[in-house]
Design a protein around this ligand. Structure first.
Ligand SMILES: Cc1ncc(COP(=O)(O)O)c(C=O)c1O
Length: 367
């Protein structure tokens, strides 16, 4: 947020900022979604909906699991939520109690930890590294976990973009199941992958896993605030009560519009193809500017760079980069309080021309 504020101030003053700090698609929702929203405005009352979401959307999401992963998920377990953020709040509240201990890998998406701590739940950090592709492993759980009540995984991950291979996800799920540890699988970047690692949903492994996804990233609908969750049978009633009290329902217009999102594959795949070209450009060019210690970036639209040879203060480094080149990036401290002082995250969700200009400026800066 600090970087964004500084970037926006410079943009206002000089109009030359390249936004590699953003965590969202640079595109609007697909045309079919916009048309469905217009239709809903004209034809629907857009009142509260069922707290689990409108039945056609729940049915369509269940179909999506059949189409993408070849698995049957009962519609009754599909819950539409206020973005995946709303789903985290519901899931953590329903599945854990104050004082519980929930493991997550660092670097990771900071809101998991912040929501857990707001609920009085202890976040137990697992030190991810290049050796584990910045993902949790059974060995890390054994070494750093202690007595655990939960584990959160994200594949592809924010900030690293790294993924868990299907057998690695299955090993973590088996470990959790055997010990009564509730697994929460954040699959919000599914659909944005580059072929190196197969995309696996935890829903195919164990119906006791809380699977969380969203229309924000692949479907390019961040501001519509709509996500979904696959709720294990034993949590259906608690989730319903909590959702009713926290939110009443997710936004009606977004639900009607999102129904059309699944039919917009061509537009959405064109976005992914652009991300892939941006990624290839950055992976080829960043090392020439001295950024040569890069996480694998299997998916999402991020590259996580180790910059310990350039600085020991990533916040200062990002500030200087913004001041001297107009390029905004995110310092690693957002994702890893300890070791993030020597890392930064680069987002390639923007336009191809911006990536080309960014590497040109970086090379000139580092020369
Ligand atoms: C890993 C991850 N999970 C969840 C979210 C929250 O997304 P939303 O609430 O828009 O679904 C983000 C947003 O950047 C994210 O990176």
């Amino acid at each position: 947020m600090d970087v964004m504020r500084a970037a926006n101030a410079r943009e206002h003053a000089r109009g030359d900022v390249i936004h590699l700090e953003v965590g969202q698609p640079s595109t609007a929702a697909p045309a079919g979604v916009l048309a469905a929203a217009e239709r809903a405005l004209r034809t629907d009352k857009l009142g509260y909906t069922d707290s689990f979401g409108i039945p056609p959307l729940r049915r369509r999401i269940a179909q999506h699991y059949r189409a993408w992963y070849g698995i049957d998920v009962p519609e009754s377990r599909v819950m539409a939520t206020m973005g995946s953020s709303g789903a985290f709040l519901l899931a953590f509240t329903a599945a854990f109690d104050a004082g519980d201990r929930v493991a997550l890998v660092e670097p990771g998406y900071p809101c998991y930890k912040n929501i857990l701590s707001a609920l009085g739940i202890e976040a137990v950090p697992l030190p991810g590294s290049a050796a584990t592709r910045f993902q949790p492993t059974v060995e890390l759980l054994e070494k750093y976990g202690g007595r655990l009540d939960g584990l959160i995984v994200a594949s592809p991950s924010n900030p690293t973009g790294t993924m868990l291979a299907p057998d690695e996800l299955a090993a973590l799920a088996a470990y959790c199941r055997a010990r009564g540890i509730r697994l929460v699988s954040d699959e919000i970047y599914h659909g944005i992958t580059y072929g190196g690692v197969a995309q696996a949903t935890a829903a195919a492994i164990d119906p006791g896993v809380i699977v969380i996804n969203s229309f924000s990233k692949y479907f390019s609908m961040t501001g519509w605030r709509l996500g979904w969750m696959l709720v294990p049978e034993d949590l259906l009633r608690p989730m319903e009560c909590l959702a009713q009290n926290f939110f009443i329902s997710p936004p009606a217009i977004s639900q009607h519009a999102a129904l059309a999102a699944f039919e917009c594959r061509d537009e959405l795949e064109a976005n992914v193809a652009r991300y892939a070209r941006n990624r290839a450009h950055l992976l080829a060019e960043l090392p020439k500017a001295g950024f040569d210690r890069l996480a694998p970036s299997d998916g999402a639209f991020y590259i996580y760079a180790e910059i310990g040879h350039l600085t020991n203060d990533s916040q200062d480094f990002c500030r200087r980069m913004l001041d001297e080149t107009g390029i905004a990036t995110t310092p690693g401290v957002d994702f890893d309080r300890g070791r993030g002082s020597t890392t930064l995250r680069i987002s390639f969700a923007g336009a191809e021309a911006e990536m080309v200009e960014a590497t040109r400026r970086l090379m000139a800066w580092r020369r």
